[in-house]
Design a protein around this ligand. Structure first.
Ligand code: ATP
Length: 238
C-alpha cells in the first residue's frame, strides 16, 4: 500500500433539513487500501457514502479526491473522476439483461470496453452464465454481483460499496468478500460500508467506527478487531 491519499473528508457535516446526520468527520482513504466504515443503524454510513459520491452535499467541511475539492460536483460527473458507487439495496435495472446492465455501467465512455466486460465476467462467472437473463430474475447474491460489476464497468479508481452483504446467505457473503479482495488486488481502492464488522475488518487495512454521525474509533483493522470496546459493541461479544 502506497501512502498516497486518494480520498479525504475534512470536518464534513451533512444535514437532512435541520437534522445533522454527519457531525464533522475526518476520514482518509489511501490509494490501494480497503477501508471499512462500520457502525450501527443510523450511524451515518450511508450518508457518508452518498456525500462522497455527490448525491448529497456537505453543509460544512470538504471532500477531496487526490487533493482536489469534489464537494459540490454532482454524482453523474463524479463517475468521470473515477468514483464508482454501489448503493444500498443493489438497484439493478430489473427488466434489462445482465449484459445490458453492465453496458449501462460504461455510460461515461463512448463505447463499451469488451476487455472490461470480460474482466467482470471472469470475476463473476455466474454473471457470464446468465448474461442474457433479465436482472430481476437473478438471486439476491447475483444481483449484488451485478451491481458491483456494473460499477466496475465505469473503471473506478475508488469503489464505494454500501453493505454488499445485506440480506445474503453466509456462503454468498463469503464469495462476495473474496471478490472484493480480488478487485482491490487488481488495483481498485475500496471504501466498504458494513454492519458485518468482523468480516469487513478481516478484509480491510483500516477501519472507522461511526456513532451518531461522529467517528468514535479508527485505526488499523487488526487493532480494531482486537479492541474490547469494538468486540463488545459490534462483534457480538462482551
Ligand atoms: P443504516 O445501516 O441503517 O442504513 P447508516 O449508518 O447508513 O444506517 P444513515 O442511513 O446514513 O445511517 O442515517 C444517518 C442518520 O440520518 C439517521 O439518523 C437517519 O435517520 C438520518 N437520515 C437518513 N436518511 C434521511 C433522510 N432522507 N431524511 C432525514 N433523515 C435521514
Amino acid at each position: 500500500t502506497s501512502e498516497e491519499t486518494l480520498l479525504e473528508l475534512k470536518s464534513m457535516r451533512v444535514f437532512y433539513g435541520a437534522i445533522e446526520a454527519i457531525k464533522g468527520i475526518d476520514l482518509t482513504v489511501r490509494k490501494g487500501e480497503i477501508v471499512a466504515l462500520l457502525g450501527g443503524n443510523g450511524a451515518g454510513k450511508t450518508t457518508t457514502l452518498r456525500t462522497v459520491s455527490g448525491m448529497l452535499q456537505p453543509r460544512h467541511g470538504e471532500v477531496l479526491l487526490r487533493g482536489e475539492r469534489i464537494d459540490g460536483i454532482k454524482s453523474h460527473e463524479l463517475v468521470r473522476f473515477g468514483i464508482g458507487h454501489v448503493p444500498e439495496g443493489r438497484r439493478v435495472f430489473s427488466t434489462m439483461t445482465v449484459r445490458e446492465n453492465l453496458e449501462m455501467g460504461a455510460y461515461r465512455f463512448s463505447s463499451v470496453d469488451m476487455a472490461e466486460m470480460d474482466r467482470v465476467f471472469t470475476l463473476f462467472p455466474r454473471l457470464a452464465e446468465r448474461r442474457s437473463q433479465q436482472a430481476g430474475t437473478l438471486s439476491g447474491g447475483e444481483q449484488q454481483m451485478l451491481a458491483i460489476g456494473r460499477a466496475l464497468m465505469g473503471k473506478p479508481e475508488l469503489l464505494l460499496l454500501d453493505e454488499p452483504s445485506m440480506g445474503l446467505a453466509p456462503l454468498i457473503v463469503q464469495q462476495i468478500f473474496e471478490i472484493i479482495e480480488e478487485i482491490n488486488k487488481q488495483g481498485t481502492t475500496v471504501l466498504l460500508v458494513e454492519q458485518n464488522a468482523t468480516q469487513a475488518l478481516g478484509l480491510a487495512n483500516r477501519g472507522y467506527v461511526l456513532e451518531t454521525g461522529e467517528v468514535a474509533m479508527s485505526g488499523p483493522a487488526t487493532d480494531l478487531l482486537a479492541d474490547n470496546r469494538i468486540r463488545a459493541a459490534y462483534l457480538g461479544e462482551g
